[in-house]
Write a protein that binds this ligand. Structure first.
Ligand code: PEP
Length: 250
């Protein structure tokens, strides 16, 4: 049985004032039936840890360097994330792939380092609108999956998030059939590569304009084990109904 996961990606949003939302989320979900992960900006990890360290809410980073330390100005390493209270890290988000020209092989090396540091890696995959319209979606997802996911992955340290680029922050979402097709494909590829034990235990998240209004429909799709949520994870008022919809799907 895969435990469902509601993950929030705050991106480059939030100063200390935003911690009141985390506090409200903690108080609203003292005993959740699903896992909850919030990935705030790295500057907020330590104070966030003070707030939710003794609660079921886990914290994650939004990226890490491929190396554990050294002369890499401005970067953050996996052991630093652990030190600040993170138990997970998002890797290969399409905004990182686009803004920082990250390629799948870079993500695989980061993921290996992060997993070795004890972090659960949430590896993001997704096609552009042009690629979907050219009917290249499964080829793109298959290539990103095989190149981004390291051999060190297990059901505990790997989560895969399918995030069509054209659905992120746009209000557009794929149809349930489109989401189901990609998730079933990712599941079969993971089973083929890692065997049925590991392949079936990796959680698959959908991400891209998930909100209260569409969460129930998305969580009913096969092989959707939760969501990676951007905009709607920034406030307790918007994220809590998504968590509740996921709990109802358990
Ligand atoms: C994301 O960036 O991971 C994301 C899914 O964003 P949004 O929910 O805002 O579309």
């Amino acid at each position: 049985m895969r435990r469902k996961l509601a993950a929030g990606n705050w991106k480059m949003n939030g100063t200390k004032a935003a911690l009141s939302e985390l506090e409200a989320l903690r108080d609203a979900h003292p005993d959740p039936a699903v896992d909850i992960l919030i990935c705030p900006p790295a500057t907020l990890l330590s104070p966030a840890q003070s707030l939710v360290g003794n609660s079921p809410i886990a914290l994650g980073g939004q990226d890490c360097h491929a190396k554990t330390d050294g002369a890499h100005t401005g970067d953050i390493s996996a052991p630093m994330l652990v030190d600040a209270g993170a138990t997970a890290v998002i890797l290969g988000h399409s905004e990182r792939r686009e803004d920082h020209e990250e390629e799948s092989h870079d993500i695989r090396i980061k993921a290996r380092t992060a997993q070795a540091a004890g972090l659960m890696t949430v590896i993001c995959l997704g096609e552009s609108l042009d690629q979907r319209e050219a009917q290249d979606t499964l080829d793109i997802i298959g290539a990103q999956l095989s190149l981004s996911v390291p051999d060190s992955s297990t059901g505990l340290n790997l989560v895969v998030a399918y995030e069509p680029i054209w659905a992120i922050g746009t209000g557009l979402t794929p149809t349930p059939d489109q989401i189901g097709e990609v998730h079933d494909f990712i599941r079969s590829r993971l089973e083929r590569r890692f065997g049925p034990g590991v392949g079936r235990s990796v959680r698959l998240l959908y991400g891209g304009s998930v909100k209260a209004a569409n969460a129930e429909e998305i969580f009913a799709i096969s092989n959707v084990d939760g969501a990676l949520v951007g905009g709607a994870s920034l406030t307790e008022a918007q994220f809590s109904p998504i968590i509740k919809a996921l709990e109802a799907a358990v």
